[in-house]
Design a protein around this ligand. Structure first.
Ligand code: CMP
Length: 138
């Protein structure tokens, strides 16, 4: 069993896609063990994406992530990190596999509807970023 962090991004919350996205997780045996809808502060968005600080897209990524509410979740299941990434599809929706969240819902490489941790180690850190132990009820 693994846990991973998922974020439903502002482009998706704006278009009322929260339920459709969560259905994809549940259909693939990932369980939502923690969830909240929040507005990220600029400081939080900057800190969360700090690894991308030097990338040219960092400033617009931060603006995008604070442009509307997000839903942060802890997903639990077998191989949850890799499984979630497979369900999300490639970062760029133009090349994402058919049936993935990004192929179906994403608007662009930036407004790509979901974030998912890319390793077990990052998952643990990202989960801690948003949730305390007592908020995880799996
Ligand atoms: P995410 O999985 O949240 O991780 C970093 C985010 O940066 C990514 O999804 C996209 O939203 C964004 N991103 C990655 N590459 C680019 C790019 N080339 N141009 C704009 N945004 C990008």
């Amino acid at each position: 069993m693994e846990r991973t962090l998922s974020i439903i991004k502002p482009d998706a919350t704006k278009r009322n896609l929260i339920g459709k996205i969560i259905a994809k997780f549940e259909e693939n045996n990932l369980r939502v063990v923690a969830m909240k809808k929040i507005f990220l502060s600029r400081e939080q968005a900057e800190k969360f994406y700090e690894v991308h600080k030097e990338r040219p897209f960092y400033p617009t990524l931060v603006e995008f992530m604070i442009s509307g509410p997000v839903v942060v979740q802890v997903l639990e299941g077998e191989n949850a990190v890799a499984k979630n990434r497979a369900i999300m599809g490639a970062t760029n929706p133009a090349v994402a596999d058919k049936g993935t969240i990004r192929a179906e819902f994403a608007e662009s490489v930036e407004a790509n509807s979901v974030h998912g941790s890319d390793s077990l180690e990052n998952a643990a850190n990202e989960i801690k970023f948003f949730f305390s132990d007592i908020e995880i009820v799996g």
